[in-house]
Write a protein that binds this ligand. Sequence first.
Ligand SMILES: C[S@@+](CC[C@H](N)C(=O)[O-])C[C@H]1O[C@@H](n2cnc3c(N)ncnc32)[C@H](O)[C@@H]1O
Ligand code: SF4
Length: 376
Amino acid sequence: MGTTFTIDSEFSAHFRRLHQVFMYITDRCNLECEQCIYKPSISHFINEEIGLEDALGLLNSFRHLGAGKVTFLGGEPTLYGHRHGGKPLLDLLEGTRALGYEYVRLDTNGQRISHLLDEHGFSSVDELAFSLDGFSAETNDPLRGQGTFVRAVDAIRKAIRLGYFVTITCCVQKVLLERDQNGTLLLERMIRFAEALGVRQINFHDLFKVGIPMDTWTGNFAPQPADWIPVYEELSTKVRSGHFSISVRLPQCFVSRAEFARNPDYYSYCPVKLGERVMVHPNGTIRICSNLICTAYGVATWGEGRISWERSNANELAKHDMERMTPCTNRSRHKKYGDLVPLCFSFKPGQNEYVWTNRLEWEANSVVSQSVASSS
Ligand SMILES: C[S@@+](CC[C@H](N)C(=O)[O-])C[C@H]1O[C@@H](n2cnc3c(N)ncnc32)[C@H](O)[C@@H]1O
Ligand code: SF4
């Protein structure tokens, strides 16, 4: 099923521990979010979609390399195959299951998903991740557009009613670091809002400016690193002590130099070095690090039945010191943060995420968790 791809040996060698695929199936979107990481591709796409045959062929190749989880996103993945009434999306989901993927997730803005939720072929997804950047129209709509909060929340309620495993993805905009009149962090109110809706998990994305091209198109919503540290401490303590009834994935983002030096194996988590994920785009790029989205850098290209290793200096591995345990390479190159060093945007301690817990068992690298384990 799908196109057969020949894979360059360098690619297979680097991705010996491939666990997950992020497939950007379409560059089309029905929103223009102010902070969108993907803005340049949405406004000027080279190919609108990854065709069904190519998508399944690529997924087949990645499955053979070991991938067990796939996330479909874009652009807005519910628009995939819109010229054919959306049937290609259902065929893609069915084909992905047939390839043996264990965990299938779809990221959506929730604006026109209602009809899909009723489709039998759609209900096979393991996780529907809805994007909401606030707990009210006032906090969400300045980023995602007028009316988006109400439409997304209606869709979330319907998906939960129908029995989907629903999660929320929320960008940590600086407003959410403020407190209400009771002294409660608005970020905590966001978690409480998700709990009350009945979603199973909330996953936060950071919006820090880190000295990379996307800083120029992701708006003016980033908190200051120094403001994030105490908020992270406060909330992660509450998460660890079981304060919330849903799972919370919170990016740590920064750590002191001394703490990094104490536990480098743990804090140096880097998907580029691990080769644990691929991000696949309609324009033929395959890359690993989403900090390089919409740049010329990637690890390989796909097309005409071949996955070709990037042999020029545009290979995103070129500037990584592959053997050393370092802070995030892409975030520490141009910006200095004083006593702090930046961590991978996906470094979310204690997170209940399929790859982090089942495949990588990353917490085992933590000196803290090892000593706790040995004393108990
Ligand atoms: C690019 S969107 C694609 C899927 C879908 N259109 C959506 O909005 O969920 C995937 C996720 O990236 C998040 N995102 C957008 N811009 C971001 C940024 N600058 N930094 C971190 N995450 C971002 C979105 O909020 C969304 O949760
Ligand atoms: S809905 Fe998703 S892809 Fe579309 S503009 Fe917003 S964040 Fe970007």
